[in-house]
Design a protein around this ligand. Structure first.
Ligand SMILES: C[S@@+](CC[C@H](N)C(=O)[O-])C[C@H]1O[C@@H](n2cnc3c(N)ncnc32)[C@H](O)[C@@H]1O
Length: 337
C-alpha cells in the first residue's frame, strides 16, 4: 500500500514556529531599528535590551524566513520588511500583526472551547491596556483594509450617492476611499469612542474633516439617523450571532432613504460553509474571540436583507478573501421597516 505524502501534516505541525518568531519580533519593532542602518546582533541586543545569544539565533532564522539579510554579521531588512514593518513610515502595516499576536493568546483556548462551546472568562484589562489593544486592532484593520477599500471604491458606482453611514466604520478606511473617489459624497462614521480616536486621526491625515463626520456610540444604543442613500456595514456581522445580525440589518435598513442601498461586506461562505479557505478559517477565529460570531453564507445574509424588506438583493463577488451583498429599499416602503 502506498501511503500519502506526510509533508502536509509535517508542515501543519510546525507552522507555529515562523508565526511566533515573526509576531514576537514585530512586537519589539525590530524592523524599525534596522531601517536606518544594518546592525550586529550585539548592537540590536543593546538597543532593545535583549539577550544577545537568543537574539542571534532568532535573527538567523529571520534571514532564513526572507525577512532579513545578513552580511559580515550585520543584519538588514529585506524589501518586504522595509516596506511594511518600519513603524513611522507611511506604508507601515505592523499594527495588524500586533493585534493578531494578542488574539493568538485566545487561540490557546480552542481545546477548551471545543469541549464547552463557550469562551473562558475574560482577563480584565486596565483602561490603558484596552486603549493600546484597541489602537492595534483599529489601525490593524486599516492596514489590511486599505488596499481592499481602493479595490471596492473602484468596483461600486457611488456617483449618485449623496450621503452614507459607515456603521462600525473603524478607522474610516472605507469612508475615506469612497469619498475620495466620489466628490459629491459625504460620510458619517458611527463607532465606539476609543475607535473614533483612531478614525479622527485617519480622517485628519487625509484632510477629509469637511466630508467625513463621526457619531460616537454603540450601534445597539444610539439612533442611526434616517435618510441615508447608503449604509455600509463592513466586517461587522461576523462578530455577531444570527439574531443580532438580523437586528442590526433591520436597524440599518430603517436608516435608509427611499431607493437607498444597504451593503454588507464580509468574509462570505459558500452554502456548504467549507469554502473559501479564508472565510472558513476566519469562522474559527470568531469562535475563539467572540461570543456567538462566525462567518455567514451568502444565502444567510441575503435572507436577512430580504426579511428587512429590502429588494433587488444580490451578491457582488470580489474574490476569495471577501464579498458583498447589496439590497435596496423599495421606494414605497422607505423608512417603514
Ligand atoms: C472588524 S472592525 C471593522 C471596521 C471597518 N468597518 C472595516 O471594515 O475596516 C469592527 C468595528 O466594529 C466596531 N464596533 C464593535 N461593536 C460596536 C458597537 N456596539 N457599536 C459601534 N461599533 C462597534 C469596532 O469598534 C470596530 O471598529
Amino acid at each position: 500500500m502506498t501511503l500519502p505524502d506526510f509533508e502536509q501534516l509535517r508542515r501543519l505541525g510546525w507552522e507555529f514556529r515562523e508565526n511566533k518568531i515573526f509576531l514576537a519580533v514585530n512586537d519589539l519593532d525590530l524592523f524599525t531599528y534596522l531601517s536606518p542602518q544594518p546592525l550586529t546582533a550585539q548592537e540590536i541586543a543593546q538597543r532593545l535590551n535583549l539577550n544577545a545569544r537568543a537574539l542571534e539565533i532568532v535573527l538567523d532564522a529571520l534571514v532564513s524566513m526572507k525577512l532579513l539579510d545578513k552580511k559580515d554579521n550585520h543584519y538588514s531588512n529585506q524589501e518586504i520588511a522595509e516596506a511594511y514593518l518600519v513603524n513611522g513610515k507611511k506604508t507601515y502595516r505592523g499594527e495588524i500583526f500586533k493585534h493578531l499576536h494578542q488574539c493568538r493568546e485566545q487561540w490557546e483556548n480552542l481545546g477548551q472551547i471545543l469541549r464547552t462551546g463557550e469562551l473562558p472568562s475574560e482577563r480584565k484589562f486596565t483602561i490603558r491596556e484596552e486603549r493600546r489593544a484597541n489602537r492595534h486592532f483599529i489601525w490593524g484593520m486599516d492596514n489590511i483594509a486599505c488596499d481592499r477599500a481602493q479595490l471596492i471604491a473602484g468596483m461600486l458606482d457611488l456617483s449618485t450617492v449623496g450621503n452614507m453611514l459607515d456603521l462600525g466604520g473603524g478607522a474610516a478606511t472605507y469612508s475615506i476611499a469612497f469619498v475620495k473617489k466620489n466628490p459629491q459624497l459625504k460620510a458619517v462614521v458611527l463607532d465606539l469612542p476609543l475607535t473614533l480616536e483612531v478614525a479622527r486621526e485617519n480622517i485628519a491625515l487625509n484632510d477629509l474633516e469637511k466630508r467625513i463626520s463621526t457619531t460616537e456610540g454603540s450601534f445597539w444604543e444610539v439612533g442611526l439617523g434616517t435618510g441615508y442613500d447608503l449604509v455600509w456595514i463592513s466586517q461587522i456581522i461576523h462578530s455577531l450571532n444570527e439574531s443580532k445580525c438580523r437586528e442590526l440589518i433591520q436597524k440599518a435598513a430603517a436608516a435608509l432613504a427611499p431607493g437607498g442601498a444597504l451593503i454588507i461586506h464580509d468574509f462570505i461562505l459558500e452554502d456548504d460553509h467549507t469554502r473559501p479557505f479564508d472565510a472558513a478559517l476566519f469562522s474559527v477565529h470568531m469562535l475563539v474571540v467572540t461570543e456567538g460570531g462566525r462567518s455567514y453564507s451568502v444565502n444567510e445574509i441575503m435572507g436577512w436583507l430580504k426579511e428587512a424588506g429590502l429588494s433587488q438583493v444580490q451578491r457582488i463577488e470580489i474574490d476569495a478573501h471577501s464579498g458583498m451583498v447589496r439590497g435596496t429599499v423599495p421606494v414605497a416602503q422607505a423608512g417603514s421597516t
